[in-house]
Design a protein around this ligand. Structure first.
Ligand code: NOJ
Ligand code: CA
Length: 706
C-alpha cells in the first residue's frame, strides 16, 4: 500500500519582498531571512521569544559559480500545509505534517545567478534546503563548500561525537562550547582514514542544551541525504558557532552536481521540554513519501543469530586460518578448517530451532561465505563472494529446514568497505538470496572504502548505499546496514531500509563496554535519523574477553536490556545472546518473546539527555502497552503515570525490574518479575538500580488473566 496522504489544509501566496519572515503554525518559532550590505544571505530563528540562532550565513561555493554574495531577495512564496500520513512501520500509526513554508528567491545583482532556499517551520522546529533552479549562468558545479552556519547565543552544552568522515562508533562527550577543544582532543588514536578532523568538528545528529534556568534543547541534523555528501560541523568554540563541513573526496571536492539541485534539509528541532526532542517526527516529515506502490513484503521482525559468539567466545567468521585463501581461486574443500567456524549447518539449525520455538521470525548468520580469512586486509579488489558458501554451510538444506519451521534466515553481506565490488555483484548477490529463500540482508562496510577516492560519508558512498536500498527493493529485500552514512529519515521513502547501526552499538559491550549513559543519549542524537540495530538482549553479563583473555563484563543490568527494546525503538530488533542463556533465564526471556517491534502510539513520560528515559508504547497489533525505563550509572526512581491508558479499562502490568540489591557493576543479573493491577489513574514509583532499567508489559485484564 502506498503511504496514505491526507492534505487537509493548504494556502499559498507569492509576493515580491526584500526580506522574509514566517512563524510556525503555533506561533512559537519565528524565522527571518535577510541579506547584508555585501548581499550575503543570513537567517535567524527564535523560540517563544528567545533567540536560538542569531544571524547565520547561508550559501554555496564552487569554482564554476559561487552562490555566496551579491544577492538580493527578489520574492517569497509562502504556504501553510497540514496533512497526515501513515508510515509503513514506526513509533506512531499516523504522523501529522503541519508547517508554514517560505521559499525565498535570491537573485544576484552582479552574476545573474539565481538561488532559492526553502524554509519549513513546524511546531517542533525548522528545516531548510538550497534549491538551485536550471539557469543560463550555471549548469555543472564542483561543490567546494557549503557556508551554512549555526550561530548560537551562549556557552551551550554539546552532546557530541568527534568529526570523522569514516566512522561514528564513538562514545559521546557532554561538554560546553568552551570545553570542546579539550574534549575532542581525547578522541585521538582510534584509527580511521579521516582521523584528522576529530579535534575541530563534531558529527550530527548533535544535541545542544542551553544554560538557561528553563533550558532549551536543540537537536541539529539533516534530512533526506540524497546525492550529496554527509554534513559534519566545524566548531568555533569562542564564537559559539557551528558551520557545515561537507565530507570531501580525496581530491578535496565535496560534490559534483548538475542543476537543478535540491540539497538535503538542514534541521533544528527545538523545545524547552526534552521529551519533545524524542517525540519529534520532523525529520521523517521532511523526507519524501514512500516511493513504493506495494509495501506488503516489508515486515518488522525480531531475530537471533550466529553473531554474539564471535565476540565473546573463540568462534570465528572464517572457515580456516589460511590467510592466503582467495575466494574464487582457492578450493575451500581442500583447505584445513580451523575447527571453530560458527556458521556451520548444525549450529545454524540450533538457532533456527530456538527461533521457531519462541516465535522469533529471523536468524542472522554471519561468516557463511568465502572471504573472511583476511577480511580486514583492505587490499583486495575482490574480498568476498556473495554467492559462495563455505563447505560446512549447506545453504539448500538450511533453506528447507528454516522454511519448514517458519523461520527466515537473514543474509549477511560484509563488504569490508569494498563498495565498488559489492555494487558490481549486487544483482548476483540479491538473485542468490532470492533463489535461497532470503528476504532480508545485513550489510557491513568495515574498513577503508574502495573506491579509494572515497570516505564512508562522501557523496559517492551516499549514492552507493541508496542504490543498494533501491536495488534491494526491486528484489523485495529488507536491509539493515552497518557502517553506512548516518540515517537522515530516508526510511520513510525507502521503508525496506529497516535500520542502520551508524553509531557505537551493543557490540562494544564486548570491547570495553558502553557506559549506561550511552543508551540515555543515543535516542536524543543518533536515533533522530532513524532506527538503530543496537542488538540488545545481553543476559550473560560476564563474558570472556577475546582480546585479552580475561573475564570482562557489559555495563548493564539484565532488566535494563529488556527496557532497551522500548527506549531504542526499531522495526528490526536482535535478541543477541545465546539460546542456552535464554533458556536459563526463561522467565525474563518472556518479555523478549512478547515485545512488539512496531507501534501505534508512543508517549515519552520522562527524559533528560545522558541521564534517563521512560517511554510508553502501544502495540500496533493489539491493545497492549509496554513501558521501558532506563537510567545512567545512578540509581533512580521513575515516576510512572499511567494516565495514557484508556479510562475505565482494567489492565495487568507485568513488571521486569532490577532486584533491590541489583547494580550494573556488582550484581547485574539480579531481577524480579511481579504483576500489579493498573488503570488510567495509577501512578507508581519504580526504582531503577544504578545502570539499570525496568520493562513493563501492560495487557487488558480479561486477556492477561486467560
Ligand atoms: C561490524 C558490525 O557492526 C558487526 O555487527 C558485524 O558482526 C561485524 N562488523 C562483521 O561484519
Ligand atoms: Ca559496526
Amino acid at each position: 500500500m502506498r503511504t496514505l496522504f491526507l492534505a487537509i489544509f493548504t494556502i499559498c501566496t507569492a509576493i515580491a519582498a526584500s526580506s522574509g519572515e514566517i512563524a510556525s503554525p503555533d506561533g512559537n518559532f519565528r524565522l527571518s531571512i535577510n541579506t547584508n550590505t555585501e548581499g550575503e544571505p543570513y537567517y535567524s530563528l527564535s523560540y517563544k521569544g528567545t533567540p536560538v540562532i542569531v544571524d547565520s550565513r547561508l550559501g554555496l561555493q564552487s569554482p564554476e559559480a559561487n552562490f555566496d554574495k551579491g544577492f538580493r531577495i527578489i520574492g517569497t512564496d509562502t504556504c501553510h500545509i497540514d496533512r497526515t500520513w501513515t508510515p509503513v512501520w514506526g513509533e506512531y500509526a499516523e504522523i501529522r505534517d503541519n508547517f508554514n513554508e517560505m521559499l525565498v528567491k535570491f537573485g544576484s545583482m552582479t552574476s545573474g545567478l539565481e538561488m532559492d532556499i526553502r524554509f519549513r517551520l513546524f511546531n517542533d522546529g525548522l528545516g531548510f534546503r538550497y534549491e538551485l533552479p536550471v539557469q543560463d549562468k550555471a549548469n555543472y558545479l564542483t561543490l567546494k563548500k557549503e557556508l551554512t552556519e549555526f550561530n548560537f547565543t551562549g556557552d551551550h552544552t554539546l552532546y557530541c561525537i568527534p568529526g570523522d568522515y569514516d566512522t561514528d562508533e564513538f562514545l559521546f562527550s557532554e561538554v560546553p562550547f568552551s570545553g570542546t577543544s579539550e574534549a575532542l582532543a581525547r578522541y585521538k588514536g582510534v584509527h580511521s582514514e579521516s582521523e584528522s578532523i576529530r579535534e575541530t568538528a563534531v558529527q550530527t545528529p548533535l544535541l545542544l542544551k542551553t544554560a538557561d534556568k528553563t533550558p532549551l534543547y536543540i537537536s541539529l541534523h539533516e534530512a533526506g541525504l540524497i546525492g550529496y555528501p554527509g554534513m559534519s560541523l566545524t566548531v568555533d568554540s569562542d564564537k559559539r558557532s557551528l558551520s557545515a563541513l561537507l565530507t570531501p573526496d580525496r581530491l578535496g571536492n565535496s560534490a559534483y552536481l548538475q542543476l537543478p539541485v535540491l540539497t538535503p534539509w538542514r534541521t533544528l528541532i527545538v523545545s524547552d521540554d526534552a521529551r519533545d526532542i524524542l517525540a519529534s517526527q520532523m525529520i521523517l516529515n521532511l523526507n519524501e513519501p514512500c516511493s513504493y506502490e506495494d509495501t506488503s513484503w516489508i515486515k518488522p521482525m525480531k531475530f537471533v543469530g550466529v553473531w554474539w559468539e564471535m565476540f565473546v567466545t573463540d568462534a570465528t567468521w572464517s572457515y580456516s586460518d589460511d590467510f592466503r585463501a582467495k575466494p574464487g581461486v582457492t578450493d575451500y574443500s581442500k583447505i584445513k578448517p580451523n575447527g571453530h567456524h560458527a556458521a556451520n549447518t548444525a549450529n545454524v539449525k540450533r538457532y533456527i530451532d530456538f527461533a521457531a520455538k519462541n516465535g522469533i521470525q529471523g536468524v542472522l548468520v554471519e561468516g557463511w561465505n568465502e572471504g573472511w580469512e583476511d577480511w580486514a586486509s583492505f587490499k583486495k579488489n575482490r574480498q568476498f563472494l556473495f554467492d559462495k558458501p563455505y563447505p560446512d554451510f549447506d545453504i539448500k538444506e538450511l533453506q528447507k529446514y528454516a522454511a519448514d519451521k517458519g523461520v527466515q534466515i537473514i543474509m549477511h553481506h560484509e563488504t569490508a568497505a569494498n563498495a565498488a565490488d559489492y555494487e558490481r555483484n549486487l544483482d548476483k548477490a540479491f538473485s542468490y538470496m532470492k533463489d535461497n529463500g532470503y528476504n532480508a540482508v545485513k550489510t557491513g562496510y568495515v574498513g577503508t572504502v574502495i573506491p579509494r577516492s572515497e570516505h564512508h560519508t562522501s557523496q559517492w558512498m551516499v549514492e552507493h548505499v541508496r542504490h543498494v536500498i533501491e536495488k534491494a527493493a526491486d528484489y523485495r529485500i529488507m536491509v539493515d546496514s552497518h557502517e553506512a552514512p548516518k540515517p537522515t529519515g530516508l526510511c520513510r521513502t525507502y521503508p525496506n531500509w529497516l535500520a542502520q547501526e551508524s553509531a557505537r552499538g551493543g557490540e562494544f559491550e564486548a570491547f570495553g563496554g558502553n557506559p549506561p549513559s550511552h543508551t540515555c543519549i543515543l535516542p536524543f542524537t543518533r536515533l533522530k535519523g532513524g532506527p538503530m540495530d543496537y542488538t540488545p538482549g545481553i543476559f550473560e553479563i560476564h563474558y570472556w574477553n577475546r582480546e585479552n583473555g580475561k573475564k570482562s563484563q557489559a555495563f548493564t543490568t539484565l532488566a535494563r536490556q529488556l527496557a532497551l527494546y522500548l527506549t531504542m525503538p526499531s522495526p528490526i530488533q536482535m535478541a543477541c545472546d545465546f539460546p542456552e542463556t535464554y533458556e536459563r533465564f526463561d522467565d525474563a526471556f518472556q518479555f523478549i518473546r512478547d515485545v512488539p517491534v512496531d507501534w501505534a502510539d508512543t508517549r515519552y513520560l520522562e527524559a533528560e539527555p545522558n541521564r534517563y528515559i521512560t517511554v510508553a508504547r502501544l502495540d500496533k497489533n493489539s491493545s497492549d502497552w509496554y513501558i521501558g525505563a532506563i537510567t545512567d550509572d545512578k540509581e533512580r526512581t521513575a515516576l510512572i503515570d499511567f494516565s495514557f491508558l484508556p479510562k475505565g479499562v482494567k489492565y495487568v502490568a507485568t513488571i521486569y525490574e532490577d532486584a533491590p540489591d541489583a547494580h550494573f557493576m556488582t550484581n547485574p543479573q539480579a531481577y524480579r518479575i511481579r504483576t500489579i493491577n493498573v488503570n488510567s489513574k495509577t501512578k507508581i514509583k519504580q526504582r531503577l538500580a544504578p545502570g539499570g532499567g525496568t520493562a513493563i508489559r501492560i495487557a487488558p485484564a480479561q486477556i492477561a488473566n486467560k
